[in-house]
Design a protein. Structure first.
Length: 229
């Protein structure tokens, strides 16, 4: 398969950033999974007390298989924790649990970026496959308008990844505040560990946005190149 040098120019830095972010997440997670928190509370128990503190007792707590599969599900109003996070009294577990509860708080408040993000899901689901098809068809058939429509549809993925950033950063800020307010992190080392895990996770979202931007710039460069020909 032929991969154009222009594509490599656009995509490689973004790809490297993505790999670096994954590496950071994994190393921060494995490191702070081994550090016991001073309250000696498991992720599952921390979740219960934080949900209670936030008057979010109606949220269901479920355990899911896999590693780093923890998430808040706004549709079912449930908090899914991976086994390791739910069962270990680690610093990493505290950070992850509190971050996901941050999303639950956003959901209850109707936090605007989260609502916008939710509204974009169908657009992205369609645009991410139909956009490239229309774009390539437009280029092959020399129909500039069609290619532009394809690019526009595909751009929904960039908007989505950008709007994800405030949602994620805000959930992490809430997490730190929540853990401190409830006395779950008391030492500087614990705070450092929680921040390391959460900032590594945030970097993966930044990398996803950069990758999305790189793809769109590449498509746009193809489109302007085809016009010049
Ligand atoms: Zn999140």
């Amino acid at each position: 398969m032929y991969i154009s040098p222009t594509y490599i120019l656009f995509a490689l830095p973004a790809l490297l950033l993505g790999l670096y972010a994954q590496f950071r997440v994994r190393s921060a997670y494995t490191r702070y999974l081994k550090v016991r928190n001073r309250s000696n509370v498991t992720g599952g128990n921390a979740a219960l007390s934080l949900l209670r503190a936030g008057s979010l007792e109606t949220i269901k707590l479920v355990e899911v298989p896999g590693e780093l599969t923890d998430h808040y599900d706004p549709r079912h109003k449930s908090l899914a924790l991976s086994q390791e996070v739910a069962r270990t009294p680690s610093v990493a577990a505290l950070g992850i649990v509190a971050h996901e509860i941050g999303h639950a708080l956003q959901d209850r408040e109707g936090y605007l970026p989260m609502r916008l993000r939710g509204g974009l899901v169908p657009v992205v689901q369609i645009g991410s496959w139909l956009g490239p098809i229309l774009f390539i068809a437009g280029l092959l058939l020399s129909l500039g308008g069609l290619a532009q429509v394809g690019l526009l549809l595909f751009s929904g993925t960039l908007v989505f990844s950008l709007i994800t950033l405030p949602v994620e950063f805000n959930a992490s800020a809430r997490a730190i505040a929540m853990l401190q307010a409830n006395g779950l992190i008391v030492s500087d080392e614990e705070e450092k560990g929680v921040r390391a895990v959460l900032s590594a996770a945030a970097l993966t979202y930044v990398a996803a946005a950069v990758q999305s931007l790189a793809n769109i710039l590449y498509y746009a460069s193809l489109l302007s190149g085809s016009r010049r020909r």
